[in-house]
Design a protein around this ligand. Structure first.
Ligand code: TYD
Length: 138
């Protein structure tokens, strides 16, 4: 699965901690959009889509949430529960976000501006797309 969980380098000293995210280091694309999800309710599940081209780096600067990932072959649950945990998504991956703790902010660096035509919002469309693009996708 083209999904990678990793820890950011956190520069900590007596004043606190600082995380820097740079193109070519923590994420392999130019950031064309930044957005964040907040004020979510704990029992809400959202996402329910996959992207054809978009690459994203996700992290929770505050709080925690879980992600259900599915690339059509493999499924994975990821917990983002610390500001120094990142999740890089570079493949065609169905994602659902859930278990948001109160006060959570889910931040996303994205490789393209918002484009609804890059979305697959029906699981059946995603499954069909993955099958049709299997060779590209290896
Ligand atoms: P939506 O895709 O439903 O969120 P989720 O990722 O949780 O499934 O997006 C919610 C609304 O925000 C929807 O009307 C589209 C809009 N939106 C933008 O305008 N720009 C963006 O960059 C994003 C991610 C969403």
């Amino acid at each position: 699965m083209k999904a990678q969980e990793f820890l950011f380098n956190s520069h900590g000293d007596s004043r606190g901690k600082l995380v820097a995210l740079e193109e070519g280091k923590e994420f392999p694309f130019t950031v064309r959009r930044f957005y964040y999800i907040y004020d979510t309710l704990g029992d809400v599940r959202r996402g329910f889509h996959a992207h054809k081209q978009l690459k994203q780096l996700l992290f929770c600067p505050n709080g925690s949430c879980k992600l259900h990932l599915d690339d059509g072959r493999e499924q994975r649950e990821v917990l983002l529960d610390s500001p120094d945990k990142g999740l890089l998504l570079t493949g065609v991956i169905w994602r659902e976000m859930y278990d948001f703790a109160p006060g959570t902010v889910l931040a996303v660096l994205a490789s393209a501006v918002y484009d609804e035509s890059d979305y697959m919002r029906e699981y059946s469309d995603f499954a069909k797309y993955v099958k049709e693009h299997e060779e590209v996708y290896e």
